[in-house]
Write a protein that binds this ligand. Structure first.
Ligand SMILES: [Zn+2]
Length: 872
């Protein structure tokens, strides 16, 4: 599964109060024969199911998972056929089927006819509606919702084959995991679509979509690939189709196991709770991260579509072919798919520099891992709520980062050989974390089985403190490791944990010589590098998942050498390291700003993007009202030269990276620096786009609209709202949609909040308007009041599981009073599946309050020395 990150970062989580005890080990499924007859008008479906099972020991009871299923006839055949009594165990989401005569060990068949609900909650088998009001049914089973569509052994290691049949209305198509083997008229005016028998797969990977859809089609290595959309949008599927063809071809070679499921369909759904879902052979997506107008579409969205498509297709091997044994190892699915997804895209579009985005993402993940309330990659989980909360930045980002580090340590080819051995050994089965590192240790003959547990089993990440001393013609480097916390008290005291760290060193005088790589397994170690260096980089190549603490002198020396001696990836990681020292009070914030100033002439998009993110954070949290103008003046002098060079509007022949860099600079100049010229330009571009939506490319429009909203009046708001109701592509829709929370005027923000709980907003999007206003300093208090006043409506509007997004969004506050309000409110309104998220939000607010008190005066004094000069 991929969470929806496309535009605003938030967490899609699901929750349930039910406790999920594990199924008793009395039988295993071999095959499900399933016929679904959706009744879209009455929001229900009929199910006919035969499960072929292996009874492990004689028993009179078979326990299955089932939720919201109305059982009709239930019988079990083993020699003779017996009627079974159905006893629900609601709190466990199970039913017990009981027969009178014991079933002997061996094969039996469970036959069930039942009625289920086509719910509006985007889980199980659910009901959706396209822009024209046409209804469709779609499935979303991960993690624990297959049981809402069919009674099942709904745990990942009960793999079985599936024979799925769908009875669809006339004119509607049905898509499932495998190819269609027959499509025959009847019963009545419906038609019956039978799909081929699948390979063995977990229950959560079955899929069915029934409705009005059309497609574009291609193929690679003899595998047909289709991209489906609701009617009228199929041309917008061509970009994803091109990407998918390249990606499947790439993986076929990488894994040495050809794509195993016969065909691949990618389906854009108007209603979808996550970002995308890797059902075997039938990947479902939110429309906006599959369908794009290629001519007008933004580079950012193209990158998202390519990357999510690549992530989901990687799951066909990592997750689908080899599945984690239990959800505590969900990182074996998500971390691997995330790590893998950059590879084909980086080859397909080298001009996008995906490798640098991986380095930037490391920074974001390390931020989560710097909290005392982070979790280890491997984490026990039993209930559906606990399982859902595991789909977080640790399972995706940290696991991917650790794999990237390990790959760099072992070498790409050795690592690949280990991956292939692991997949081959467990294909069509299940695996644990230990299976993976045992395979890697065996292929590489390196201590992977000693390294990996230190990263997978313990929470947090280390900082490596480096001291370098030149002596004669060599440099002595001493390093020490400790766990890094944003919490200064915890950080200063931390000495409990140890990691085995693949470390790469490179000194200022190393020139182009390869860096020296070692495995740091003790708390402290020293090394000698040839040449006299005034700084030594401890994460050379930037493949390491750790922070580095440099001495202040080394930071200054690094700043001077950054452009000439560090690669773009190293520049990203070093500026992130300098910032990490500021966060714990080891360096004043001015040292970071001086370092950033040294990167002013750097035109690398990814480097600037990272720097601008931190300059924005400083603007929002560390600048006092008195200092705001001088900080903005400093920002303007920092940003203006690059902006002038690029110009406000795209030029023919420029690269995608230049277009993206323009958008980032434009936004920083308008938003953080409040540059009057940028704001006027933004309004001009927004007005032009409103008058003729096809006249402005979406990269430019996205930034222009949010800046225009800062000073936008009611007339502008009305125009944006009118445009929202008449858009040609999903991307265009979300440009207007995400403008609504960006206004500076609180009356208009109130309209946005009211709109969020109206029937005009899709359930999947509703809470993003609220979290958007929370994230807007002009609206944060207003949005918080709205949350408290309308909590039951919000829980309903977002679907039963979405309120965790709001818990997550409260981490934007940076004052003790707001923290107390958040604590008080969520103590009274518990949000399951957001238990850890809640603790993290409170911790983030506390960290921010501390940082502010510590760095605000430092910033004031730095600006006193540098601000005026910047104002010129
Ligand atoms: Zn995934």
């Amino acid at each position: 599964m991929k969470r929806f990150f496309a535009i605003l970062t938030f967490v899609v989580l699901t929750l349930s109060w039910a406790s999920a005890q594990r199924l008793p080990e009395t039988a295993r499924p071999e095959n499900y024969k399933l016929t679904f007859t959706p009744d879209l008008e009455n929001a229900k479906f009929e199910g006919d199911e035969t499960i072929t099972i292996q009874v492990l020991k004689p028993t009179t009871e078979i326990t299955l998972n089932a939720v919201d299923i109305d059982f009709h006839d239930v019988s079990i055949t083993s020699g003779s056929t017996q009627k079974a009594k159905v006893t629900p165990q609601k709190d466990k989401e199970m039913v017990v089927l009981t027969v009178e005569k014991p079933l002997p060990a061996g094969t039996a068949k469970v036959h069930i006819t039942y009625t289920g609900i086509l719910n509006s909650e985007m889980r199980g088998l659910y009901l959706g509606k396209d822009d024209q009001g046409r209804k469709y049914a779609a499935s979303q089973f991960e993690a624990t919702d297959a049981r809402r569509a069919y009674p099942s052994f709904d745990e990942p290691d009960y793999k079985a084959t599936f024979d799925i049949t769908a009875v669809a209305d006339k004119g509607q198509v049905a898509v499932s995991n495998y190819k269609i083997v027959s499509d025959t008229p009847g019963p009545g005016d419906k038609h019956t679509v039978k799909f081929a028998t699948t390979a063995k797969m977990s229950s959560y990977l079955a899929a069915l979509v029934v409705g009005n859809f059309e497609y574009v089609e291609g193929s690679v290595d003899g595998i047909p690939i289709r991209v489906y959309s609701t009617p009228g949008k199929k041309e917008m599927g061509k970009f994803a189709l091109d990407a998918a063809e390249y990606i499947v071809g790439y993986y076929n070679k990488y894994f040495g196991i050809k794509y195993p499921y016969g065909k691949l369909d990618l389906i854009g759904l108007p209603d979808f709770s996550a970002g995308a879902m890797e059902n075997v052979g039938c990947i479902t997506f939110r429309e906006v991260i599959l369908l794009i107008d290629e001519k007008q579409g933004s580079v950012d969205l193209k990158k998202t579509i390519a990357s999510v498509t690549s992530h989901e297709i990687a799951h066909m091997w990592f997750g689908d072919l080899v599945t984690m044994k239990w959800w505590d190892d969900v990182w074996l699915n998500e971390g691997f798919a995330t790590w893998m997804s950059s590879k084909p895209v980086a080859k397909w579009k080298p001009e996008w520099n995906f490798d640098l985005d991986d380095v930037s993402n490391n920074g974001g993940t390390l931020n989560v891992d710097s909290l005392a309330n982070t979790r280890p990659i491997h984490q026990d989980a039993e209930t559906p709520a606990q399982i859902q909360e595991l789909f977080d930045g640790i399972a995706y980002g940290k696991a991917a980062a650790v794999l990237r580090m390990l790959e760099a340590y072992l070498g790409e080819e050795t690592f690949r050989a280990g991956v292939n051995a692991y997949i081959k050994q467990h294909e069509y089965g299940n695996a644990t974390a230990a299976d993976f590192w045992v395979a890697q240790a065996k292929t590489s003959k390196k201590p992977v089985d000693a390294i990996m547990p230190t990263w997978v089993q313990q929470p947090g990440a280390p900082i490596i403190n480096v001291k370098a001393q030149c002596s004669g013609n060599s440099t002595n480097v001493s390093v020490s490791q400790q766990r890094y916390y944003f919490d200064r008290t915890k950080f200063e005291a931390s000495n409990e944990q140890l990691w085995q760290i693949p470390l790469c060193l490179k000194g200022s005088s190393s020139g182009n010589a390869a860096s020296k790589c070692e495995l740091l397994s003790k708390r402290e170690a020293s090394f000698t590098l040839p040449g006299c260096s005034n700084w030594v980089l401890a994460n050379a190549g930037a493949a390491g998942y750790y922070r580095v603490g440099y001495e202040p002198d080394a930071v200054r020396a690094l700043a001077a050498d950054a452009e000439s001696k560090l690669s773009p990836a190293e520049r990203i990681s070093v500026q992130s390291d300098v910032w990490a020292s500021v966060r714990v009070g080891r360096e004043p914030v001015g040292d970071y700003l001086a370092f950033a100033q040294g990167l002013q002439a750097d035109r690398n998009r990814a480097v600037q993007e990272d720097v601008l993110g931190r300059l924005d954070f400083i603007q929002r949290y560390l600048v006092s009202d008195t200092d705001r103008d001088s900080y903005r003046a400093w920002l303007r002098q920092y940003l203006t030269p690059a902006m002038k060079e690029l110009g406000w509007e795209p030029k023919p022949g420029e690269s995608d990276e230049q277009r993206t860099l323009r958008a980032r600079l434009f936004n920083a100049l308008g938003y953080d620096a409040r540059d009057p010229e940028a704001l006027a330009e933004a309004r001009k571009i927004a007005d032009k786009a409103l008058a003729d939506p096809s006249s402005v490319d979406h990269e430019l429009a996205t930034g222009a609209f949010s800046l225009a909203a800062l000073n936008g009046d009611a007339a502008f708001y009305d125009k944006v709202m009118a445009a929202l109701k008449n858009t040609k592509s999903p991307e265009e829709y979300y440009i207007y949609f995400f403008t609504l929370p960006q206004f500076g005027d609180t009356k208009l923000l109130q309209r946005t909040l009211d709109f969020s709980i109206s029937p005009d907003v899709r359930s999947q999007d509703a809470l993003q308007l609220v979290t958007g206003v929370l994230d807007n300093p002009a609206g944060e208090k207003l949005a918080w009041d709205f949350v408290r006043q309308h909590w039951p409506e919000l829980e309903k509007a977002g679907g039963p599981f979405a309120s965790a997004q709001i818990v997550n969004a409260t981490s934007v506050f940076c004052d003790a009073g707001m923290r107390d309000q958040v604590t008080e409110f969520f103590s009274a309104h518990k949000v399951a599946a957001a238990e850890r998220t809640y603790k993290q939000s409170i911790e983030r607010i506390n960290n921010c309050v501390d940082l502010k008190s510590q760095q605000e005066p430092q910033l004031e004094s730095w600006l006193g020395q540098h601000g005026t000069a910047g104002g010129k």
